[in-house]
Design a protein. Structure first.
Length: 97
């Protein structure tokens, strides 16, 4: 439904735009609506909880990846006696120091 009436100046009024998203933001962790001009839209403890969960998940994924890589390296062909470790030093598989 447009407003087609002219103003006293003879110009048509401009359409109003929805400006609600410019000023408010919904925090995905707490579902609270906060103003965007605030420094922290969510409380600091919420960020700490999320960061702690993410760091634990990253550690688990890294450990699983390292274990898989070690199994893959050990299961490679037995003819390959030289392996390159993560720090770049060469080392024989049959020598354990």
């Amino acid at each position: 439904m447009e407003n087609t009436q002219k103003r006293l100046s003879g110009k048509r009024p401009q359409k109003r735009r929805f400006r609600g998203n410019q000023f408010t933001k919904i925090c995905p962790h707490t579902n609270d609506t906060e103003r965007r001009d605030t420094v922290y839209p969510c409380e600091e403890r919420v960020y700490q909880l999320v960061n702690n969960k993410l760091s634990l998940a990253m550690k688990e994924v890294a450990e699983e990846s390292i274990k898989r890589a070690a199994v893959e390296q050990n299961s490679s062909s037995p003819d390959n006696l030289l392996a390159i470790s993560g720090d770049g030093s060469g080392r024989r598989k049959d020598i354990h120091r």
